[in-house]
Design a protein around this ligand. Structure first.
Ligand code: HEC
Length: 216
């Protein structure tokens, strides 16, 4: 059966339609479709089409089915890669993102760099040294986000990526404001807003690795 179907699909496409064609602008397609729906295999079909009773309309439906199936696969992959990521439940109720050990190490290193940036920002703030604030904040800005490999990005849920990029951008904004002459108090408010992103994400997400079956 399948050999017949595949052989038929591989056969030359039937020149549409057989029989007298009335080509009138406006309803050409409908007429052709009506003729094909007639049910009989078109004369120019490969013989195997007729033997398995595959009409041109059936053939079109099979093609349509294949296209729809491929589209569904593409949409499914896009959803998994962009929105869902690679996650499972964590013991403490958070969502655990499942990463390779090296990817987890990279993420945790970035996290520790966040702490370094915050330590430098607060130190500079305590001395009212706004150029130093700008330099420390810039080091944790969006430029750092480009270090993340694409394969790893695909494992992060959309909400996580949004929060992560917002945090990097928060550091950029703090640097820009410090350079533009923001007061230490304004910078402190910006820092506090930024820390809320850290808290929000830590409350929702944990990490798990492919190397350890459960937990971290
Ligand atoms: C988009 C989500 C997200 C944001 C935003 C975020 N973190 Fe994290 N961070 C995590 C996750 C997930 C872990 C792993 C936690 C776990 O497995 O329990 C983590 C771990 C850490 C760790 C532990 C590092 C280690 O070596 O174990 C530190 C420190 C940390 N984050 C600091 C910060 C700071 C500071 C900020 C804000 C400037 C921040 N994080 C923003 C998701 C985030």
């Amino acid at each position: 059966m399948w050999e017949g179907v595949l052989g038929c699909l591989r056969g030359t496409a039937p020149p549409v339609p057989s029989g007298p064609v009335r080509v009138t602008i406006g309803n050409t397609h409908r007429e052709r479709f009506a003729q094909r729906r007639g049910g009989e295999p078109a004369a120019s079909h490969p013989p195997q089409c007729a033997s398995i009773g595959m009409t041109a309309a059936t053939k079109n439906r099979v093609y349509l089915g294949i296209i729809v199936a491929l589209l569904l696969v593409i949409v499914g992959l896009a959803y998994k890669f962009i929105v869902a990521g690679s996650t499972r439940g964590h013991d403490d109720g958070r969502v655990a993102i499942v990463l390779e050990p090296a990817e987890r190490a990279l993420m945790l290193r970035e996290m520790r760099e966040f702490v370094v940036a915050i330590e430098r920002v607060t130190d500079a703030l305590a001395r009212d040294d706004l150029p130093a604030v700008a330099m420390a904040a810039r080091a944790a800005g969006s430029a750092r986000a480009h270090d993340v490999p694409v394969a790893m990005l695909g494992k992060l849920p959309l909400e996580f990526k949004t929060l992560a990029f917002a945090t990097h951008r928060g550091f950029d904004a703090m640097a820009a404001r410090a350079e533009a002459g923001a007061t230490p108090k304004e910078t402190l408010v910006a820092l506090s807003t930024l820390l809320q992103q850290c808290v929000t994400c830590h409350a929702r997400y944990a990490l798990a690795t492919t190397a350890v079956p459960s937990g971290r």
